[in-house]
Design a protein around this ligand. Structure first.
Ligand SMILES: C[S@@+](CC[C@H](N)C(=O)[O-])C[C@H]1O[C@@H](n2cnc3c(N)ncnc32)[C@H](O)[C@@H]1O
Length: 192
């Protein structure tokens, strides 16, 4: 089920879901889980999943969908703004994020659904905070899978990952009329 204040899975969600490479039993954080499409997929693949979203309706949907699919014991669900509710030192093997990545104006419609696409003026506000912080919640050698649009400067994101000690690459690219979607994979470098 998808509540009307929650992002309905679209091309970006499917790009991510169809191209995830996950090892059973790995610890996975699904950030910005929306209705839980990615969390459910990871749990079905045998991962231990934590699904988080800033939107309380999304949190409700993930719980409901996990229950309906008999996966509730494999998906912990939390409401948080990015990593704010995690203690530093709680680390995952994989962090997955389909972030709000569209540049938006100062005119806001309001409502929780807007959080799904509102990346601020540059489209990069949430992405930049995410890349800045994610390393603190990943094991050495752990991986990020993240979707981004050509509308919000993918090169900037790759550069920021490198500066933070990751090896980023584009795994998949999908062209649409007004944008190209990229699936980025970034591996956290092992400590020497
Ligand atoms: C594009 S939707 C993706 C939803 C789902 N993962 C999917 O692929 O269909 C982005 C999600 O990120 C959530 N989000 C936006 N900003 C966030 C933040 N600062 N912390 C946590 N979640 C956030 C939104 O509420 C929304 O559910």
């Amino acid at each position: 089920m998808v509540h009307n204040q929650v992002y309905e899975p679209a091309e970006d969600s499917f790009l991510l879901a169809d191209n995830l490479r996950l090892t059973p039993c790995s610890k996975v954080l699904d950030l910005g889980s929306g209705c839980g499409i990615i969390a459910v997929k990871a749990a079905e693949l045998g991962c231990e999943v934590v699904a988080v979203d800033i939107n309380p309706y999304a949190v409700y949907c993930v719980k409901k969908n996990a229950e309906l699919l008999g996966l509730r014991d494999r998906i912990e669900v939390l409401r948080t703004d990015l990593f704010a509710s995690f203690r530093l030192g709680r680390v995952f093997d994989v962090v997955i994020f389909n972030p709000p990545y569209l540049p938006t104006s100062d005119f806001k419609l309001g409502g929780w659904l807007e959080k799904a696409w509102d990346g601020g003026r540059s489209g990069r506000e949430v992405i930049a905070r995410f890349v800045d912080e994610v390393g603190g919640y990943l094991k050495d050698g752990g991986e990020v899978f993240m979707v981004q649009s050509s509308l919000s400067k993918v090169e900037e994101t790759l550069k920021q990952f490198r500066e933070k000690g990751f090896k980023p690459k584009i795994l998949v690219k999908m062209d649409f009329d007004f944008e190209t979607l990229f699936l980025i994979n970034a591996k956290k470098n092992l400590k020497p």
